[in-house]
Ligand binder design. Structure first.
Ligand SMILES: Cc1c2[nH]c(c1CCC(=O)O)Cc1[nH]c(c(CCC(=O)O)c1C)Cc1[nH]c(c(CCC(=O)O)c1C)Cc1[nH]c(c(C)c1CCC(=O)O)C2
Length: 343
């Protein structure tokens, strides 16, 4: 096994950490903006296998990252389950909402999701042929809690208030929504693996807003179920989990989820995470993305701090969250050079 990402995921400590970036295909790249223009809009791009594969490959050509992440979105799953989805320019996602038993009854059955999602599997097939032999292909899905927060509110929310309110008002309905999403996510990720994804990542962007036992029940437990089912169907499949915002609760998440790698956001200090999280296995992260906007010596220093902190164990260098549209490609080159030329 020679792909560096797969070696790190298998627990190997490498002299230089492999590297990729969340949202590496995105609006900070002029070639991404041009291809999105050709596709028409963001969702048309997600469902156009040739163009989605093209934007996935763009950051690989430009920067030579060690991994490519499938270009798609976590909100395609609610759409495949029957909700309406649109992305308004500058306003983020808008969905029809699910807040009642009747709304739940109207969702399509889990095995119908592939009707909508089959173009995504075609994107994966194109990529697994087109990628350089040293580049790992990562598939992904949103975690049930994070996806549910958008389905219940109909949009992104600063505090996930509507989802917390439904959980308090009608816990059986809330749990039934998470359950449906858990089953859909297993089938969706499994189809990505069958099409050629070598690793899968579960994005739980809003895990941090779950408090007390809710964190275990609605962040850790669904991720554990998804991981267990995928590994039963695809023995040896590496899984990356990203319970963003977990803070001190990152400790113990490898075991609680059964994941091969825990992705860290920049809310935890690298030195703390090395002794409390990397102790249990591979970690990914966690440079603050604002450094790619501001650059300069602080970017170099912060990059070195991450590399040094995690040098004693398995590590995949990444950001703590996605790169932002105002970031500069020159700063991305500086970050990569700092990681690869040794810190
Ligand atoms: C919460 C969430 C979403 N999508 C995603 C998450 C979890 C990770 C995170 O917390 O950022 C995950 C995601 N979204 C996208 C990817 C593709 C792979 C990658 O390059 O990382 C991945 C892995 C493309 C995208 N998804 C989106 C874009 C920007 C759309 C555009 O081109 O205009 C991209 C490249 C749009 C999106 N998609 C979503 C929102 C809230 C938005 C609007 C905000 C924004 O505009 O950045 C939902």
């Amino acid at each position: 096994m020679s792909k560096l990402i797969l070696r790190a995921l298998a627990g190997e400590t490498l002299p230089v950490p492999p590297i990729w970036m969340m949202r590496q295909a995105g609006r900070y790249l002029p070639e991404y903006r041009a291809t999105r223009e050709r596709a028409g809009d963001f969702l048309s791009l997600c469902y156009n296998p040739e163009l989605a594969a093209e934007v996935t490959l763009q950051p690989i050509r430009r920067f030579g990252f060690d991994a490519a992440i499938l270009f798609a979105d976590i909100l395609l799953v609610p759409q495949a389950l029957g909700l309406d989805l649109a992305f308004e320019a500058g306003e983020g996602p808008r969905l029809s909402t699910i807040t009642t038993e009747a709304d739940l009854q109207r969702l399509r059955p889990v095995d119908a999701i592939h009707d909508t999602l089959s173009p995504v599997y075609e994107t994966v097939r194109i990529l697994s042929r087109a990628l350089p032999s040293e580049t790992t292909l990562i598939g992904f899905a949103g975690a049930p809690w994070t996806v549910a927060t958008y389905m219940i509110a109909g949009r992104g929310t600063p505090d996930q208030g509507p989802a917390h309110a439904l959980k308090a008002a009608n816990r059986p309905l809330f749990e039934a929504i998470l359950d449906r999403l858990t089953l859909a996510t297993i089938d969706y990720l499994s189809a990505q693996v069958e099409a050629g994804a070598e690793v899968v990542k579960i994005f739980d962007s809003w895990a941090g807003s779950l408090k007390g036992d809710d964190f275990r029940a609605y962040a850790l437990e669904p991720a554990r179920r998804i991981t267990e089912a995928l590994k039963a169907r695809h023995p040896g499949l590496p899984v990356i989990a990203f319970p963003r915002g977990a803070g001190e609760r990152f400790e113990g998440t490898h075991a609680a989820i059964g994941a091969d790698c825990i992705a860290l956001d920049d809310g935890v200090a690298p030195d703390w995470a090395a002794s409390h999280v990397q102790r249990d296995g591979c970690v990914q992260g966690n440079l603050a993305s604002h450094h790619l906007v501001t650059g300069g010596e602080p970017l170099i220093e912060a990059t070195r701090r991450v590399v040094r902190a995690f040098a004693g164990g398995p590590h995949i260098f990444n950001l703590g969250h996605g790169i932002t549209p105002d970031a500069s490609a020159d700063n991305v080159h500086r970050m990569i050079d700092t990681v690869r030329k040794g810190a």
